[in-house]
Design a protein around this ligand. Structure first.
Ligand code: ADP
Ligand code: MG
Length: 323
């Protein structure tokens, strides 16, 4: 397993040492232990042992069930990342949530990449300024990451808050990888887990993972094929890898997506995001971006487990995303 024992909630360096000495070297070994066995070995309480085992099972994808109190415990850690826009934040119930996938979909030029860049800046701010004090990993499939744009946005925040923020430092906390095809894109999520573990140890936890764009390679590679089953299976694996990343590191996962024309739409908006049910069901929040007058963009919350549908108007300016 790529996850260290120390990553498990309730396992400090001392406990991890004891576990390793007793032969529990991996997450998998812990996942299949019994609470009493673990409690004796690591000299911890049995309920703590049970919690550690539960966390290990989850991390190792073993079991699949967890009790409601554990889910609640994890939910309490959910952080909210500001978008920098009042209406947008309010629509999201405070901001973009960690431990969830937020999908930004819309036509070319609707502002998906702009929002992603802005979040990569905002997440590095402290909590007082709506950030999560974390670093960023970007999987860039369309070669649209622009460091110059980050610099403009950092300068925008300097202006907004009357602070002297250093764009260079912000760029140092953004880790970008180009994905050359869909297989590479999936593999990069594993690399992202390794990198996030390293950064965590360095005191620079990753709080935002961006995939821009999620579907471009999948769409291009599977054009005109008789069956989409193969694509959907790979996509499913990818989406669950992303979800797991969000849970493991208490990070926001933001993906962008393209739209296609709905051939059967007589009423309403004639476009829909691509990726079918797999993307639709794994994305926790779905946001539909549309161009409006000039620099204005309309962002619609289409699907959410706990929030009402709604719309927010934002502006894409040189200084970044603003009200
Ligand atoms: P997509 O949804 O295709 O990812 P983008 O996020 O790339 O779209 O949005 C591109 C749009 O963002 C441009 O058409 C422009 O309106 C705006 N934009 C990009 N860079 C700047 C900038 N430096 N200053 C102001 N607006 C910008
Ligand atoms: Mg884009």
């Amino acid at each position: 397993s790529e996850i260290a024992l120390e990553e498990l909630p309730g396992v400090g360096p001392a406990t991890a040492e004891k576990l390793k000495e007793a032969g529990f070297n991996t997450i998998e070994a812990v996942a299949v232990a019994s609470p009493s066995e673990l409690a004796t070995t690591a000299e911890i309480g049995e309920s703590t042992a049970a919690k550690i085992i539960n966390a290990a099972r989850q991390a190792a994808d073993i079991g699949g069930f967890e009790t409601g109190d554990l889910v609640l415990e994890r939910r309490k850690l959910v952080g909210k990342l500001t978008t920098g826009c009042t209406e947008f934040d309010e629509m999201m119930g405070g901001g973009i949530e960690t431990q969830a996938i937020t999908e930004l979909y819309g036509e070319f030029g609707s502002g998906k990449t702009q929002v992603a860049h802005q979040l990569a800046v905002n997440v590095q701010m402290d909590r007082e300024h709506g950030g999560l004090g974390g670093s960023v990993i970007i999987i860039d499939t369309e070669n649209t990451f622009r460091p110059e744009r980050i610099t403009q946005m950092v300068n925008g925040l300097s202006e907004k808050y009357g602070m002297e923020l250093n764009p260079e430092e912000f760029l140092q906390n953004i880790h970008v990888a180009r994905a050359y095809n869909s297989n590479h894109q999936i593999l990069l999520v594993d690399s992202a887990v390794d990198l996030a573990n390293e950064l965590k140890e360095m005191g620079k936890p990753v709080r935002l993972l961006i995939v821009d764009s999620l579907m471009a390679h999948f769409r291009a590679e599977y054009v005109g094929r008789g069956t989409l089953a193969d694509r959907q299976q790979k996509l499913n694996k990818h989406m669950h890898g992303l979800l797991r990343f969000g849970d493991l590191f208490n990070a926001c996962v933001v993906v962008t997506n393209q739209v296609m024309a709905k051939p059967d739409a007589f009423f309403g908006d004639p476009t829909r995001p691509i990726g079918g049910h797999i993307v639709g069901h794994t994305a926790t929040f779905r946001l539909y971006l549309r161009k409006s007058k000039g620099e204005k963009r309309i962002i619609r919350l289409v699907d959410s487990p706990s929030l009402p549908e709604g719309e927010a108007v934002v502006a894409v300016t040189t200084a970044g995303l603003t009200d």
